[in-house]
Design a protein. Sequence first.
Length: 234
Amino acid sequence: MRGYQDDRCRNPETAAPGQGWVRAPGKNIGMGGVFLDGGLLPGQRGNCLSKPTPKQRAFEEVAAEHLDALFRTALRYARGDAAVAEDLVQDTLLQGLRAWSGLREPERAGGWLFRILSRLHLNRLRHVARHPEIGAGDFDETAFEQAMAAWSPDGNPETLAVGDAGVERVLAALDTLPAAWSEVFWLLEVEGYSYSEVAGILDVSPGTIASRLYRARAALRQVLADTDAERVRR
């Protein structure tokens, strides 16, 4: 997680992407130091403290409810790289805070934050495509599981299993699917969003969501079946 030097203190509403959050010295609260003592949005470093504004406090109360799910999804987007996932969530929260006053229905903040996260993820992919030397990296199953275990209270994404397949196998199989299918599967089956909510997050029709989920399930079963057959042949 990137942060400022001790001699600088900036408002998270005006900080550049990836530069408005800091670690709390000696703390291990929440995701990589995003949660600090006394609040989610301090815009502070070392002894440089600023009292959260009412807007910041209202936003952090809502954002805190969705932070776990945002990080799990960001970790999936980042292919197991916890540092990249933290940056995605950090920038999501910064953008969310800046636009918070314009949100007319705060009760729908979860889907709204996921839309921000999804757009940031797509922007990151476009940037990597334009700069291949950066690279997105190969999917690291071990890193993903370790990061999930460190983040999730019970150490695994509860609803990921398909039939009797283990979490690791499903994660590896999910990574072979088209991104549009795996994204829908993840939001519906792991994060528990409804069809209409996922449709709003991804800006497509509920019918398209249903179609993508059907295809994702069928493809996952086929990938897992092929894996089993390969094991038998060995």
